[in-house]
Write a new protein. Structure first.
Length: 95
């Protein structure tokens, strides 16, 4: 699932819609806000699926998680949700 991690200082909520745009390739992908993290380290991360879908196939793997270079933008649609049931995963993880 393509996801982004947004800084906690903004208005992002778990499950909000976001769009990741790679302005170098002109490609974009709809994402879900999968985590809201600390704002001290910037944007955090995007999923490998999101990165591959915007023109960098096989750039990152589980064995090679390096940073990316490029002209990226994340557009957040705060309050617009995919209605994902986060309680299922939360319950499952915390059993």
């Amino acid at each position: 699932m393509p996801y982004v991690v947004m800084p906690g200082a903004g208005s992002a909520n778990l499950g909000d819609k976001a769009v990741l745009i790679n302005w170098d390739t002109g490609q974009c992908i709809n994402c879900i806000v999968g985590e809201v993290g600390s704002s001290e380290n910037g944007w955090g991360e995007v999923s490998i699926a999101a990165l591959w879908s915007t023109g960098y196939p096989n750039h990152m793997t589980a064995n090679n998680a390096s940073g990316i270079t490029g002209n990226y933008e994340i557009i957040l649609y705060s309050g617009v949700s995919y209605d994902y049931d986060w309680s299922w995963g939360y319950t499952k993880i915390n059993r």
